[in-house]
Design a protein around this ligand. Structure first.
Ligand code: FAD
Ligand code: MLT
Ligand code: ZN
Length: 482
């Protein structure tokens, strides 16, 4: 898509990039921190899904917080719009420009600042890649309290800016709990820092929370302080086949009761998600027979024989009571990774046919899977799903342990008729069940017109007022959800 695809949005009255602006950026940054030109900027202008594409002509890659501050202050004075960008793995079109906004990439601000082995507090620059942070922590016996399929590209600052949830939220909770402090460059260039905060601090409003999940609309996160738990010594993974969604729910209740403190992930995949993944990976599925639903259970703890005994006895009971029909347990590290791969590859697989419409929703567990059933039925009724039709399939998967479903509509190419059949249908459906239209990916550009399905008028008014306090000229990430 290009900006012609955004017919209802007008470019606001921001300044256009001129030579004097470039001269100024050249005076505050080294030459390798500035990128221009269509080809060089393509990967930064376009999002991971290849669904949204802006037309920025300038990418700035500052190396220090002070440089970020100088850039933002100048842009504010000159009325130039900016998009903060991390690893550009966001899934709601929030990380790329809509028109010609300057892209402010944090990728060169990527150092570990300090690690306290006693408390587990990691302080790092925002542009540190999540996997690099976790590898560093691994060497020190700790783990990053968030894991997701994009770990090789997404940034620590990017996941905080989106308040990403990921695969182990069930165990380690939300970033609203584990982030202790942030260093943020405000839209006027001032540096707001709570990076040295300790675990407990009840001195008035907890301002950092506002930036967690603000999607680059209130400030540029330059540093993060986060509390990391000790790394479990052993991980075990079971991959199960089940015959109904009701049995998935009952298995989840049992898993919580019987696995207790060692349960670290409980992930759902439906048969359609596994069919597209099989097609994409081209390898044989871990379970020979097909089942309507699959669940990946991970346990992690400190004693292998204890953990394995618990997991095996849980599985034995679940088989005996006919909750599960089939299953395997990973016997070694390689098998464990292979089983996880069948879950973590679903996003890539479901978009590999040409595109994907993604819906990331929170729902009461009782209704969670009905959304996939009803959406599928609607697409069939509208004559949009099937061989030689625009929709390849509607697949369901997600973090069922957190009540978070991902509905992916895999398409052969982006298609307005499909979009019209899905939106606002999906949002209305979710709202009617009092769910959230964004469980973990945010609103970004995709859901900018739909915030009212999950937030009240008063909440939206307060969000806009806060935006006006922090960013009165609206230079940060415009045209998105605020
Ligand atoms: P970007 O995509 O670059 O930016 C995301 C948003 O944050 C944008 O609005 C941007 O403006 C803003 N932003 C980025 N950095 C900063 C900063 N330093 N300061 C201010 N604003 C900033 N999400 C989940 O919640 N759970 C998952 O399990 C999950 N799995 C994923 C798997 C794959 C394969 C992919 C591609 C994505 C997945 N995501 C998941 C989406 C998730 O939102 C991103 O991976 C991650 O949170 C974004 O990090 P990023 O550094 O790439 O940020
Ligand atoms: C996931 O759980 O795999 C992520 O949120 C990414 C996605 O849904 O595409
Ligand atoms: Zn997810």
């Amino acid at each position: 898509l290009t900006k012609e695809s955004y017919p209802n949005i007008q470019r606001s009255d921001y300044a256009k990039l001129e030579q004097k602006h470039l001269d100024h950026f050249n005076s505050i940054l080294s030459s390798n921190s500035i990128l221009q030109g269509y080809e060089d900027l393509l990967n930064y202008n376009e999002d991971w899904m290849k669904k949204y594409r802006g037309e920025s002509q300038l990418l700035l890659k500052p190396k220090t917080t002070e440089e970020v501050s100088k850039i933002v202050k100048y842009c504010n004075e000159q009325n130039l719009a900016l998009v903060p960008q991390g690893g550009n793995t966001g899934l709601v079109g929030g990380s790329v420009p809509v028109f010609d906004e300057i892209i402010l990439s944090l990728q060169n601000l990527n150092k570990i600042r300090s690690f306290d082995k006693t408390s587990g507090i990691l302080k790092s620059d925002a542009g540190l890649i999540l996997e690099n942070a976790d590898n560093f922590l691994k060497e020190n016996g700790y783990i990053f309290p968030l894991d997701l399929g994009a770990k090789g590209s997404c940034h620590v600052g990017g996941v905080v800016a989106t308040n990403a949830g990921g695969l182990r939220l069930l165990r380690y909770g939300s970033l609203h709990g584990s982030v202790l402090g942030l260093e943020v460059v405000l839209p006027n260039g001032e540096i707001l820092s709570s990076i040295n905060a300790l675990r407990k601090d009840n001195t008035g409003y907890d301002l950092k929370q506002l930036f967690i999940g603000s999607e680059g609309t209130l400030g540029v996160i330059t540093g993060v302080s986060i509390l990391c738990p000790p790394r479990p010594k052993v991980f075990n993974v079971a991959f199960l086949g089940l015959e109904s969604y009701d049995k998935v729910k009952d298995t989840f209740i049992r898993a919580k009761a019987e696995l207790g403190e060692i349960l670290s992930a409980f992930e759902l995949m439906d048969i359609n998600s596994q069919t597209v993944t099989k097609h994409h990976l081209g390898t044989s599925h871990p379970l020979e027979d097909e089942h309507p639903f699959y669940v990946l259970i991970e346990t992690s703890g400190s004693n292998n024989s204890h953990d394995l005994e618990k997991l095996e006895s849980f599985l034995e009971n679940a088989f005996e009571s006919e909750l599960i029909n089939d299953g395997v347990i990973a016997q070694d590290e390689t098998q464990l990774k292979t089983l996880w791969n069948w879950r973590e590859s679903v996003p890539e697989a479901s978009q590999s046919g040409g595109g994907v419409y993604k819906y990331d929703v929170s729902l009461p567990l009782d209704h969670l899977y009905d959304l996939v059933v009803d959406t599928r039925a609607r697409l069939i009724e509208e004559g949009l799903l099937g061989d030689d039709k625009p929709v390849i399939d509607a697949v369901g998967y997600g973090h069922i342990g957190d009540g978070n479903l991902h509905l992916n509509v895999a398409v052969r190419g982006y298609d307005k008729a499909v979009e019209k059949a899905l939106e606002p249908f999906v949002y209305e459906w979710v709202s009617s069940k009092h769910g959230s239209i964004s469980a973990e990916h945010g609103l970004g550009f995709q859901k900018k017109n739909y915030i009212g399905y999950s937030k009240s008028e008063l909440e939206i008014k307060l969000i806009k007022e806060l935006k006006n306090v922090y960013d009165p000229k609206h230079i940060l990430n415009p045209y998105k959800y605020v």
